[in-house]
Design a protein around this ligand. Sequence first.
Ligand code: ZN
Ligand code: ZN
Length: 263
Amino acid sequence: MVLKGFLPELGSQLVRGILDLAFPRQALCAFCGGETPEGSVVCRACRDAIAAGYRKVCLRCGRPLRTADTESTLCIDCTAHRPFDMARAAGCYEYPLKEVIYRFKFAGDVSLSAPLGMLMSWRLLELIAASCSYPDVIVPVPLHPSRLKHRGFNQAECLALAVSREWGGIPVLKVLRRHRPTQAQKQLGRDERLCNLAGAFSVVKPRLFWGRNVLLVDDVITTGTTVEACAEVLKKAGAARVDVLAAAAVPAISAVVLRSALS
Ligand SMILES: [Zn+2]
Ligand SMILES: [Zn+2]
């Protein structure tokens, strides 16, 4: 009786196996859902679009500079002191990363942290080469407890864990605390953002950071003021370096373009 149902099942599995060998099933891109003939997690078209949008970036904060001039190396914000050492993102905050981050962060598709973490890990290789330093620990930018309760997960922590997995388990330390819910920053200028974030973060167990190279992880670098506020408390705790890695960065105005517009 048991064999009656078992044999046809075995037969169909065999046929499926033979068909898979003859015509390998194609994987689907985690970002656009298109086929990836080469079997990678993110298809070539998505990877090419991300690479094309992240060619020329501010050497300090890693935000894309939309300028044709060859002189630009810094954005306008990075001509002043910033507490972090160097920041980079997997790509520009535009298609396809913008849509993917929206699905990850607001629609709660946390499985997207794996492919995003993979792209960030490739960028980390560049960051390590450019900074000549290797991170001792990874620290995610924290959410305020009320925001965490509402969302159910901290997107920066998911990305930090994904990057750590890709890099052989660099320790992820959840030691930053966000003391007050900061108002939405989208409409605020840089100075207002800095004011909004003043005193918003602190470090638990600061002795852990003395002389350490810290990799701070966030989902999006908008103006960089959030990572600045986090880097400031980590540096005060004695961190030797604070570098930043994000899934995406919003384009910035180049310092050269602004100077020529003013002259
Ligand atoms: Zn794709
Ligand atoms: Zn910059």
